[in-house]
Design a protein around this ligand. Structure first.
Ligand SMILES: Cc1ncc(COP(=O)(O)O)c(C=O)c1O
Length: 391
């Protein structure tokens, strides 16, 4: 490997949300979705140069920013987008929220697929809309879509939008072309617009392929808005940058207005520099390829650890993301209680499944994007807590 993902970098005292939220020196945080690795050297170099310039005034987004975005999605995902379709903003959550504001009236309903990324709930509620869940089906250790239920719920005339998480956080699925087509057809038939949150699209493992929802055909492109960012891919969440792709000019203009109403229409000089280098320099792609190898080996390591030590708990197949979804439903306590135990007795922070909706009960989510030595220590701590519980 050319990059040292084993390096342990002390993030405590760097105002890290993940590391500095609990004031305990020996805590291992395996919760918030960022990584404990340095980003690609190409990005660090570009940002360092920008710092040395020393003037940090308001930024104007240049043409080569758009070119970098367009070329990344064409090269990596075979998605052809045009400059005019792109709206930049400060994050995927602001993008989703502004899109809901733009395309709903208070009281409208928005579909999600629980268990799902928790900020979807706040974005819907903050815009005075109602959450309707087409819960995912869990069977034989994997998740699928309940199409009958989706058809039923989408047919409610008050349902205006569907928030599709692809790849899916937290269950780790990469939706197939067939699944996406069925979702798209149901939504189209029922006049429900799809907001595709594709923030995890670059962290997909061998044997699976990310299919951008908008790439499925003209009808899918017209009846959707896609939200993306380099933040998960390159560990740049703190730079705060994301892009919305909206083909339909009328929808785009409404979103643009909402982005302005919410005042999330300006990005900073580091966001621009970071995104350009992430998306356009070959070295960044090499780094990403090695990162994915490292994350995959971490996943195999966790799987092996559980098989050897905790065979009554099952790790779900990881098709994408660095977030593992673990079935703890055989335990005699709730996963809310388990998370508290992990924190108090194990000195480890994990996410209880219920923050992703009621359908998350019985599961926990752990973040495995850390050096292997930290991962090992985290797993040993988890085992100590699990071992106290009767099976
Ligand atoms: C599905 C999904 N969307 C959005 C976000 C956050 O995006 P941002 O930090 O760009 O607002 C996350 C972070 O974990 C996520 O998992």
């Amino acid at each position: 490997m050319s990059y040292d993902f084993d390096e342990i970098i002390n993030r405590r005292g760097t105002n890290s949300y993940k590391w500095d939220s609990v004031n305990k020196a020996d805590m291992i945080p395996m919760w918030v979705a960022d990584m404990d690795f340095k980003t690609a050297p190409s990005i660090i170099d570009a940002l360092s140069q920008r710092v040395l310039h020393g003037v940090f005034g308001y930024a104007k987004v240049p043409d080569d920013y758009y070119e970098a975005v367009i070329s990344w999605f064409r090269r990596r995902h075979l998605l052809a987008i045009e400059k005019e379709w792109i709206i930049y903003t400060t994050g995927v959550v602001p993008a989703v929220s502004a899109t809901i504001l733009a395309l709903t009236a208070p009281g409208d309903k928005v579909l999600v697929q629980e268990p799902v990324y928790n900020c979807f709930f706040s974005s819907i509620r903050n815009n005075q809309c109602e959450i309707v869940s087409n819960d995912l089906l869990y069977s034989n250790g994997t998740y699928s879509i309940d199409f009958e239920d989706l058809e039923n719920k989408a047919s409610d005339p008050e349902v205006k939008l569907m928030l599709l998480c692809n790849p899916h956080n937290p269950v780790g699925r990469v939706w197939t072309k067939q699944e996406l087509k069925r979702v798209g057809e149901i939504c189209f038939r029922n006049d429900v617009l799809v907001i595709a949150d594709e923030i995890h699209c670059d962290l997909v493992y061998a044997g699976h392929k990310h299919i951008p929802f908008a790439s499925l055909g003209q009808q899918f492109l017209e009846n959707s808005v896609t939200c993306t960012a380099p933040s998960k891919t390159f560990n740049l969440a703190g730079l705060q940058v994301a892009n919305i792709f909206a083909y339909n000019a009328e929808i785009r203009s409404k979103i643009d207005k909402a982005i302005n109403i919410n005042e999330v229409c300006d990005i900073n000089p580091f966001a621009i520099e970071g995104l350009k280098v992430a998306y356009s320099i070959l070295e960044s792609e090499h780094w990403l390829d090695e990162l994915k190898e490292y994350l995959w080996t971490n996943y195999l390591f966790v799987q092996d650890f559980f098989q050897q030590n905790l065979p009554h708990l099952s790790i779900l197949p990881l098709e994408a993301t660095y977030l593992l979804w673990i079935d703890c439903s055989k335990l005699p306590i709730t996963t809310d209680e388990l998370a508290v135990k992990m924190l108090k007795e194990g000195n480890i922070q994990i996410n209880e499944g219920t923050i992703y909706g009621k359908a998350g009960e019985g599961f926990i989510r752990i973040n495995i994007a850390c050096p292997r030595a930290v991962l090992k220590e985290g797993l040993n701590r988890m085992k100590k807590v699990f071992d106290q519980l009767p099976v």
